[in-house]
Design a protein. Structure first.
Length: 324
């Protein structure tokens, strides 16, 4: 659906996007992550035709965004961080205006607008001025204009910024629904949102792609071996000796627990080893009650920080995108 080849964007001597290569397949929800100044917004603006590039190629559904911009843009619906709405229009007037801009056939215009308003649940607000809507409803109107015309690709830049928890849940559910029929690219600083909604994650740092994979695979690759966290009733030394005796355990960290007479234990397994049963039987044999036991490992937040913390990390981990 989208091909980015050797994309470069320079502002004077500053390289915002540095030889970026991406392939985006149809029918998935992609999370696009990067710290401030990483080149993420610049890349999204190039994708949507708002910015030119210094060099490289961007194709949307086979159309080059630089040589055939009109054809490429017809394939894209875009919601910027600040929704492009006109405050003095009613919702209905604005949606009719967008339908005309997008050159939707007059015969289909009324039906298309009605369908999109129902999808984004703004029908009941159609006669209200946009200036009088809550931020959550304005965001829905912005989503509606992006979806209108049913473009193949929908690009959403920070779609839940400033929303309350209820509105965030509703927008996430809507994004998941859109992902059933569209390719969705979601930019967000809320990493738990990306984990919950996206099928695939791109992480960009200093203009380069440093990771590209499913959230699950990325977490697994970065975490290395299996990690287990547990709370047991035991003395600290007893726990350390108990787990040192299990051959598959490579790393053991024991600290005093929050309850008297307990310890909190973090265990790291050797590669490809499953240590859960060994832990259970060892604790049972030594009569050390297990009060809590759960899988540990790195979160997407941990991975994001590790990959984007400095230039060296970005360079070292660039093989993620090349190897997947």
């Amino acid at each position: 659906m989208i091909e980015i080849n050797h994309l470069v964007k320079k502002y004077g001597d500053h390289v915002a996007v540095d030889d970026l290569n991406l392939t985006i397949e149809s029918g998935q929800i992609y999370g696009f992550l990067g710290p401030n100044g990483a080149g993420k917004s610049t890349t999204m603006n190039i994708l949507t035709g708002y910015l030119g590039a210094t060099s490289g190629e961007v194709k949307i559904n086979g159309y080059d965004i630089f040589t055939h911009p009109e054809e490429a843009k017809r394939c894209i619906g875009y919601l910027p961080e600040l929704p492009p709405v006109y405050m003095d229009m009613t919702v209905q007037e604005y949606m009719d205006f967008v339908a005309e801009l997008k050159k939707i056939d007059k015969a289909d215009r009324k039906r298309s607008v009605q369908e999109v308003m129902e999808l984004t649940k703004i029908t009941e607000m159609k006669n209200r001025l946009i200036r009088n809507l809550s931020k959550g409803y304005r965001q829905r109107v912005g989503l509606a204009q992006a979806v209108l015309g049913y473009p193949e690709v929908i690009i959403l830049d920070e779609p839940t910024v400033g929303l309350d928890p209820k509105q965030i849940i509703e927008i996430r559910e809507l994004i998941q629904k859109l992902g059933e029929k569209h390719t969705v690219i979601l930019s967000s600083h809320i990493l738990s949102e990306v984990s919950a909604v996206c099928d695939h994650v791109f992480i960009i740092s200093q203009g380069k792609l440093v990771a590209s994979d499913t959230t699950k695979k990325l977490t697994s690759l970065m975490s290395g071996g299996q990690e287990i966290e547990l709370v047991i009733k035991a003395e600290k030394e007893t726990a350390e000796e108990a787990f040192a005796a299990i051959e598959e355990i490579e790393k053991t960290e024991v600290a005093f627990g929050t309850e008297k007479g307990t310890v909190a234990v973090k265990l790291g397994a050797k590669k490809d080893a499953d240590i859960r049963e060994s832990i259970f039987y060892q604790c049972a044999r030594l009569e050390l009650p297990i009060l809590e036991m759960k899988s540990g490992g790195k979160s997407l937040e941990d991975i994001f920080l590790e990959l984007t913390s400095n230039g060296e990390a970005a360079e070292e981990n660039n093989n993620f995108s090349e190897s997947q």
